[in-house]
Ligand binder design. Structure first.
Ligand code: GLA
Ligand code: GLA
Length: 681
């Protein structure tokens, strides 16, 4: 476990200095006439808004030409916010370069793998490695920092916006140069690079650094290690850019905390956020619901992972939506209750801020159909009433602010390297979905009423009784040793198909799969058995496998077969194995069981680790429990996942929000949330 610098978390300015849950939105008043601003401040106060993010897309407005600056409107806005008791999470305004800049310097525009220019017209059309872009952006950052350093509304700096949302992969000549520098630092010598990339294959041996390129459009599969290193490099390049902006801010305003909004959600995988988290003063995240059968499980998973990335300290929900978004194939409105429940689920997992994109729904532009706190219909609307109600709820939750998350006994391990590498091309199957596999385990735990943490390899894994590491594909030698030590020390490790197969250079661990974990698991696999798109296999524990199977030979001592294949090419052979090792155990699941199948398998694995649900039987699977813990109190968040009333007998504490207990005991209405305070002593 690496030690982290202390988190510095902003609170909206308050006369008494008491912690509170920040509440607000991205606020883009430059889209509106001046008289609307006064109504905005009035409505923000009505809704309990205490923090807004401003200036995110204001570059063209504050710097209309290379040597022209217009801060008057932003000065006035900052003053208005302060007078209204609203703090500003002030953006550095660098997210979208203005037309004058891209016209004068088209060499800042990103280039796709096939060599096409990414033109201006939308946003984020800049190369992360462009020295020209960086010089212009940092000049703006310094101007902003100097201008507002002492402004009383300023509570935090918001670096750029969603770094990498549209420009994570740039294949330009700037990127090529920076990639070579990065490779020199990683591999040292050309010989080492040639070895790491396996360039003996397909006549790819490099004899000069200048020959090396990003993995541009190629005739067939580009070199896999080149692809993996390019992913690492691209994440690092944007991290470097984040540091550059941050360094200017720290120099000018050392006391103002700096953040940038991550996108821990869905399939956003280009940015290795665990690795970025140390660069900022507090972690912020944006999350949007992707409607589907596991949508709220995914919300919980993302919030939980964000907390893991933040070291289980409070984090800032910078954006989510009050209702529909505008960028999905079909943009569904939220159902009544979901606005509050979605927000509170983030708070349950450690968010001390609930902010939306955006305050007032745009009348023009690409996001005019995206919901907001004040919809097109105006404040006389269901959405605004729900927004105001949530403001009151968050005020009642003020005591929770500052509390960390109480660790669970079970963890799901989520690893960026394995995510990147396991889904590359030219593999046994293209149907493997790393995040889905992890989410399925998490969903199954929720269905069983088991509280779990989602953690990364930077977390202290030893604290967990049960560690589930789905598709842990990339295992460097040191991780293999850590996992062995974990198991020998009494930990119960569960891993799955396609785990332990390669090292950090994407080289196969030879001698039979699952390579690095073969001895620990006590099994050996000579060939993978991926399944065709419509193919399933039955297991003898009444579950069904898809996507993958393995032809397992048990080699080690003390290996028991927990389930066998009943059908398919490997019928009668082991499908799930568990080896007792040291004081713990190591389990291997060779097929995708999906959330339903995993709820069948998990009880046995939980029992071995001595883990039981903390919820009353009637609430398991129907209510999600998350716990935050401060110095004196623990806060139980109980979130009704269903459309029915769920009884919660035997759970007590001081009710901060939620329905009061009746004679029949405490019960949670459909999609409702309760928070109970208990003594932590
Ligand atoms: C992202 C961006 C916002 C907005 C929202 C819309 O989160 O940061 O500017 O585009 O998406 O969902
Ligand atoms: C072709 C090529 C070989 C190899 C195989 C793989 O036959 O000639 O080099 O790539 O395909 O199927």
């Amino acid at each position: 476990m690496t030690s982290r610098p202390p988190s510095r978390f902003p609170y909206a300015p308050g006369s008494d200095g008491t912690p509170r849950i920040a509440y607000g939105a991205d606020y883009n008043p430059e889209q509106w006439p001046r008289d609307v601003w006064d109504e905005d401040i009035r409505l923000m106060r009505e809704a309990g808004v205490n923090t807004v993010s401003v200036g995110i897309f204001s570059w063209a407005r504050v710097q209309p030409a290379e040597d022209a600056w217009d801060f008057a409107w932003l000065d006035e806005l900052m003053d208005l916010l302060h007078a209204g008791g609203i703090g500003a999470d002030l953006a550095t305004a660098t997210a979208s370069p203005p037309p004058w800049l891209t016209t004068a310097h088209p060499e800042i525009l990103p280039v796709t793998a096939s060599g096409a220019t990414v033109w201006p017209g939308a946003r984020q059309h800049w190369r992360p490695t462009s020295p020209v872009f960086r010089a212009h952006a940092l000049r703006l950052v310094r101007k902003m920092a100097e201008r507002y350093a002492d402004h009383p509304a300023l509570v935090a700096w918001h670096v750029s916006n969603e770094l990498g949302c549209h420009n994570i992969y740039d294949y330009s000549d700037d990127a090529a140069r920076a990639f070579r520098d990065w490779l020199r630092a990683r591999h040292g010598t050309l010989d080492a690079l040639n070895h790491a990339w396996g360039t003996a294959f397909w006549s790819q041996r490099y004899s000069d650094w200048e020959q090396i390129l990003p993995p541009r459009l190629a005739a067939s599969h580009p070199n896999p290690t080149q692809q993996l290193d390019f992913k690492r490099f691209s994440s690092d390049a944007l991290k470097e850019y984040l540091r550059a902006e941050r360094d200017v801010l720290r120099e000018v305003t050392p006391d103002v905390p700096v953040t940038t909004n991550f996108m821990v959600m869905g399939n956003t995988k280009g940015m290795n956020y665990p690795d970025w988290a140390d660069e900022i003063d507090f972690v912020s995240n944006d999350h949007y619901v992707h409607p589907g059968p596991q949508d709220r499980d995914e919300l919980s998973f993302s919030a939980n992972l964000t907390s893991g990335i933040a070291g289980h300290r409070p984090w800032f929900l910078m954006e989510h939506s009050t209702s529909a978004v505008n960028w999905q194939p079909v943009n569904l409105a939220k159902r009544p209750g979901d606005l509050a429940r979605d927000s509170l689920l983030h708070v349950a997992h450690g968010a001390d801020a609930v902010c939306f994109f955006q305050w007032r729904q745009s009348a023009a532009g690409a996001e005019k159909y995206h919901s907001a706190m004040v919809p097109h219909a105006g404040p006389d609307s269901e959405v605004f009433r729900a927004v105001t109600g949530l403001g009151r709820t968050l005020q009642a939750l003020a005591p929770v602010a500052g509390a960390g998350r109480e660790p669970a006994r079970v963890a799901v391990l989520f690893d960026w390297d394995s995510w990147w590498a396991s889904e590359q091309d030219s593999h046994p199957t293209s149907r493997l979905d790393y995040r889905q596999e992890a989410l399925d385990w998490y969903s199954a735990l929720l269905a069983l009423g088991i509280r779990a943490d989602v953690v990364t390899t930077r977390a202290g894994l030893d604290a967990y009784d049960l560690l589930i590491a789905p598709v842990l594909h990339v295992i460097p030698e040191v991780l293999a040793k850590d996992l062995t030590r974990y198991v020998e020390g009494g930990g119960h490790l569960v891993t799955t198909y396609f785990s332990g197969v390669v090292d950090e250079n994407d080289h196969i661990w030879l001698g039979g799969y699952p390579g690095a974990l073969r001895d620990l698991l006590g099994i050996r696999i000579e060939e993978f058995g991926p399944l065709a798109a419509d193919e399933t296999v039955a297991l003898d524990n009444a579950t069904t496998g898809t996507v993958w199977t393995d032809r397992i030979t048990v080699t080690g001592p003390a290996v028991e077969v927990l389930a066998r294949y009943r059908t398919g090419a490997y019928a009668a052979r082991p499908a799930v194995t568990r080896r007792a090792a040291g004081r713990g155990s190591a389990t291997y699941v060779s097929t995708r069981l999906g959330a339903d199948g995993l709820t069948v398998l998990l009880p046995e694995l939980l029992a071995a680790a001595g883990v039981d649900s903390e919820l009353p039987a009637a609430a398991r699977g129907r209510v999600e429990l998350a716990v935050r813990r401060g110095p004196d109190s623990r806060y139980l968040f109980l979130v009704n996942r269903t459309d029915e009333t769920v009884p919660l007998p035997g759970i007590g504490g001081e009710l901060l929000i939620g329905p009061a207990a009746t004679e029949g005991g405490f019960a949670l209405p459909p999609r409702d949330v309760a928070v109970l305070r208990q003594s932590a002593r």
